[in-house]
Design a protein around this ligand. Structure first.
Ligand code: B1M
Length: 211
């Protein structure tokens, strides 16, 4: 019997100590790792966000849910990642300045790695100039990804792309953007080369961009 509902409930309720065992049970029960991620963990984070918005839970509960999801993803990782790391060159990724959300960015990094890239993860709250520095320090890197999760950091994403363009980075890299409030129209408006709505599509797009 599928254990995906148990995974979702554990993330939603922040069962940090139990999540590893529950994810393992789901894998052992034959649940598809992508479904465990999408229908279990990501869906649960949606519920957590809705509860936060409705003032039913607060930042500490969101943090525990995030910690729980991260632990669960660690168990899933070997079942999602490929074994051809680095064959497609380097991919620089980070969450833009002012934004501390990293679960989506980490998932994009994981999928990009499974698509054969060596990922250089700059972390969260990354100043635009740090993206530029990393690009220049890695002349063999052909794609960069920037993530923004808050409507209030969309401007920061816009600035990050502008600083990269002004520094001449486009002659070396393609710029990808994403995150819950980002749309294709916004990506076009700020001069990014590509936008995708989720991590799986980001990996496919990254390969397309270097082909
Ligand atoms: Co925050 N938070 N949060 N939060 N948080 C949201 C984003 C929010 C929607 C919740 C809500 O109100 N419903 C809301 C934003 C509202 C808005 O912008 N209008 C919000 C808020 C308000 C805040 C604070 C301001 C709260 C406060 O302090 N009062 C604060 C801001 C802190 C800051 O960043 N400066 C804050 C803080 C936090 C925590 C630290 C507690 C925690 C983050 C912990 C962490 O990441 N380590 C947190 C969490 C957990 C959330 C929710 C609940 C979950 C986010 C998440 O991980 N989702 C979130 C509600 C929600 O998302 N429904 C919420 C799962 C993840 C897999 O999805 O990140 O969208 P996502 O990534 C997807 C796609 O977007 C895409 O692929 C991913 C996977 O397929 N994608 C890309 C992402 N990056 C991409 C890059 C690409 C391509 C695709 O190319 C490069």
């Amino acid at each position: 019997m599928s254990k995906i509902k148990d995974v979702a409930q554990a993330v939603e309720l922040g069962k940090v100590k139990l999540i590893e065992g529950i994810v393992q049970e789901a894998i052992d029960a034959g649940d598809d790792p992508n479904a465990i991620l999408n229908e279990g963990m990501i869906a649960a984070m949606g519920v957590v966000g809705a509860k936060f918005q409705a003032n039913e839970i607060f930042v500490p509960e969101m943090l525990v849910a995030a910690k729980t999801m991260k632990k669960g993803v660690e168990i899933l990782k070997p079942h999602l990642a490929g074994d051809s790391v680095g064959k497609n060159g380097k991919y620089i990724i980070g969450t833009v300045a002012g934004d501390l959300h990293d679960i989506g960015k980490n998932l994009v990094a994981l999928m990009i790695e499974s698509a054969g890239f060596e990922v250089i993860d700059l972390g969260v709250d990354v100043p635009a100039e740090k993206f530029v520095e990393a690009i220049k320090a890695n002349p063999d890197c052909k794609v960069v990804g920037a993530s923004a999760l808050l409507t209030t950091t969309m401007d920061s994403l816009k600035n990050t792309v502008k600083v990269m363009i002004d520094a001449g980075c486009k002659s070396q890299v393609k710029i990808m953007v994403g995150g819950a409030p980002i749309t294709q129209a916004f990506a076009d408006e700020i001069g990014a080369d590509a936008y995708t709505a989720d991590a799986g599509a980001a990996a496919v797009k990254a390969v397309e961009l270097i082909s």
